[in-house]
Design a protein around this ligand. Structure first.
Ligand code: HDE
Length: 717
């Protein structure tokens, strides 16, 4: 390459020139540096000057072009969901959905629909940590034969607010505070909780946000939801309401909050790196697409409104039908061109899918095009390669900033005769997009439907559905977040509001804050329409149809698989080669990834005198980016690790974060030195017995975490 880039200078001999020219002719696709207008650049090291030590000259168009382009390299980051990572892939349908929708990509099981998927956090800036406690965006662009369809969802099935009117307030409240621009990527501050404490409709979402769902282990291990109710429309024009779900094949897993905070320092790109590396290594992330379908006649069958985005439909009431699978199999070539410039929009629909009247969704339909205009700077953002549909575009829209298409001919209007009438409307029945013929006969009002007033019953359902450990995590998250709030009145208002969800939970949060949770006389409702009596709009709590909903607990999503889990092997010179290699082979056969961590980089010498390459030294490695730890045998190796305080810290930290720890019998001393009481009953601590720990260790890794340890003796990690 360096040879090809050799520049042609005046000083070149005739021979060199000929050689360069020959190379250029053979490799005409841009091996030489050029300006943006295709002129070959003769010197990319020095600007044009008046003499050796003279001033630079304004006429240096090459310098000016380069610097001007650089000056304009940044575009405004997304106002929300700025921090994201994306991948290409495809969607395959398991079963024809023609009974419900005429959407082509949901009707042909032989078609592989290309997709581009972007995951994101919401509150932080582009450079913020992946591990912030936050909602994750889960946006999917399907490049279908009928145009692009975007399913722009989140990893939580409900939202903070019921009406688009409140979105700018919500986002202002959660973003860094306007006076000092702090804190970055965190909801643990006064303005957020001030707003939330006055917004009882957000209580259900707050339960999700305070749960471990807000701290995914990986983008590959989280669910996705369309949130709003949409419509499927079939050939006959019949409509069904539909809720969309993405279910990760690897199950749903999270990290501990304490761990998330360490990862934010050790590897703020943790999720981005994980996604990239999984795809590079051929471990393609997979998610199944599920739908909950509700007949039109059942619209009012539930004790909540289908149009209310703070409610979910429990799977016990309407089962999720799995209809297809999404596979992510290719990393982007260029982050900016693809991940940054991709423009999603819930309004990018294909025939067979339609909106509901959810007032949050309706507001989104305006916002997304508008935001692209300021972010991407032109109404021609659909011409950026990542946003282009795979089908042709024909219309009479013309011109504008950065237009790529060269429209030929005379006609840019319709109807016309000069252009042969082209392009035509798709006037035939069931051809092209037609909106569902919903009857609307109503007064024009600014109001909140009274069917939206139950702000608490699903928050309680969510809390009740969690395991004891998950409940404790929610309580601790609330203690942390509200503990960071400086204004005592906000803390008090919040704990009072929590009593509406669960009194005991509110008391436990209050206690840690040095408060007593009092029941608010009437929770404040700031959504009362003007001219209405506030008494008619008090939040209510309707008795839930269910006490618990099993799929709401992550504990119920655990799969019998250790695929792609990262396992740290701690070893030093003298390690028992068989112990190390056998376990490594076994785990790798099951799809896990093993890394050897040793006192220094390079190689360690095994018991047999063989060299084993080291992946990370203790200086670089940290337990938080691993899923489990294994200590292979070999007395010399164990002795060396006993002298290595970082090795013990690694083990005790992993144990404290409730991860599986496995060891050959000889490693027990090291575990004890790492404050692990191997005598305690704990299926997550697996010691070799009779030369066999395989099954038990694999089972423990599949289990992912042993949260009960949090209530046991704390190790000083
Ligand atoms: Fe968004 N949202 N949003 N949102 N949203 C954006 O669009 C907005 C909402 C979601 O990976 C913005 O291109 C309004 C719910 C995702 O590029 C912006 C309202 C859900 C992404 C915007 C909502 C989402 C966005 C910022 C309330 C879950 C990232 C940049 C009426 C169903 C897309 C952009 C990507 C991005 C507006 C509420 C999901 C400003 C006004 C509910 C995953 O247009």
């Amino acid at each position: 390459m360096a040879k090809k880039n050799k520049k042609i200078t005046k000083a070149s001999t005739e021979n060199e020139k000929t050689k360069n020219l020959k190379e250029f002719t053979e490799n005409p696709d841009g091996e030489f540096l050029t300006t943006n207008h295709g002129v070959r650049i003769n010197d990319n090291q020095n600007s044009l000057k008046a003499g050796d030590r003279g001033p630079s000259l304004l006429e240096d168009f090459i310098l000016r072009e380069k610097i001007t382009h650089f000056d304009h390299e940044r575009i405004p980051e997304r106002i929300v969901h700025a921090r994201g990572s994306a991948a290409h892939g495809f969607f395959e349908l398991y079963k024809k959905m023609d009974k419900y929708t005429k959407a082509g990509f949901l009707n042909d099981t032989s078609v592989k629909t290309p997709v581009f998927v972007r995951f994101s956090t919401v509150a932080g800036s582009r450079g913020s940590s992946d591990l912030a406690r936050d909602v994750r965006g889960f946006s999917v662009k399907f490049y279908t034969q009928e145009g692009n369809y975007d399913l722009v969802g989140n990893n939580m099935p409900v939202f903070f607010i019921q009406d688009a009117m409140k979105f700018p307030d919500l986002v202002h409240a959660v973003k860094p505070e306007q006076d000092h621009e702090m804190p970055q990527a965190s909801s643990a501050h006064d303005t957020f909780w001030d707003f939330i404490s006055l917004m009882p409709e957000s209580m259900h979402m707050i339960m999700w946000l305070m749960s471990d769902r807000a701290l995914p282990r990986s983008y590959r291990m989280m669910e996705g939801f369309g949130v709003h109710t949409f419509r499927f429309i079939n050939e006959k024009g019949k409509s069904h309401f539909v809720k969309f779900h993405w279910k990760p094949v690897l199950g749903v897993h999270s990290v501990a909050f304490a761990e998330a905070q360490v990862i934010s320092g050790k590897d703020p790109d943790f999720h981005r790196r994980d996604l990239w590396e999984a795809i590079e290594s051929g471990n393609f992330p997979e998610y199944e697409l599920g739908v909950q379908l509700i007949e039109e006649k059942d619209e009012f069958k539930f004790p909540f409104d289908l149009l209310d985005p703070t409610k979910l439909i429990p799977e016990e009431l309407v089962p999720v039908q799995i209809i297809g699978k999404l596979t992510l199999n290719r990393n982007p070539d260029n982050f900016f061109a693809e991940t940054e410039q991709v423009a999603f929009h819930p309004g990018h629909l294909v025939p067979g899918i339609d909106f509901s009247n959810d007032p949050l969704l309706q507001g989104r339909l305006f916002s997304y095009t508008d935001t692209q205009l300021s972010r991407l700077g032109s109404p021609n953002f659909h011409e950026i390669p990542i946003n282009r549909p795979i089908v042709d575009i024909h219309n009479n829209q013309r011109d504008g900033h950065m237009r790529h298409t060269i429209n030929k001919g005379k006609t840019n209007y319709e109807p016309n005769t000069l252009g042969g009438g082209c392009p035509f409307q798709a006037l035939m029945k069931n051809f092209g997009f037609t909106s569902f013929l919903e009857r609307i006969d109503s007064k024009k009002i600014r109001n909140r439907s009274k069917s939206f007033l139950d702000h608490f019953s699903q928050a309680t359902l969510f809390f009740n559905s969690q395991s004891e450990e998950e409940k404790l995590h929610i309580i601790n998250a609330l203690r942390f977040e509200l503990g960071k709030v400086q204004t005592p009145e906000i803390r008090q208002r919040m704990v009072n509001l929590l009593t509406q969800i669960d009194k005991q939970m509110a008391n436990r949060v209050a206690e840690a804050l040095g408060l007593i949770a009092g029941t608010p006389e009437q929770p404040i409702n700031h959504s009362v329409p003007a001219d209405e009596n506030p008494k008619d709009y008090q939040p209510v709590k309707i008795k839930s149809l269910l006490e618990r909903s099993e799929p709401l607990s992550m504990k119920n999503t655990i799969k019998d698989s250790i695929a792609t889990r990262r396992i740290a092997f701690l070893a030093a010179d003298g390690v028992d080669e068989a112990s190390l290699k056998n376990m490594k082979k076994l785990l790798e056969e099951k799809g896990a990834m093993v890394k050897i961590i040793a006192p220094k980089l390079g190689f360690i010498k095994s018991s047999k005198g063989n060299k084993i390459p080291v992946d990370e030294s203790f200086l670089i490695a940290c337990s938080v980016v691993y899923d489990a730890v294994f200590v292979p045998g070999g007395p010399k190796s164990i002795e060396a690790l006993l002298a290595e305080s970082d090795a013990q810290h690694f083990i005790s930290e992993a144990y404290r974060h409730c991860k599986p720890v496995g060891s050959a019998t000889e490693g027990v001393m090291l575990l004890t030195a790492s404050f692990i009481d191997v005598g305690l009953k704990d299926e997550g601590v697996v010691i070799e017995k009779n030369a066999s720990i395989d099954k038990a260790f694999i089972k423990a890794i599949a289990q992912h975490r042993f949260w009960h340890r949090e209530n046991a003796r704390k190790v000083p990690a």
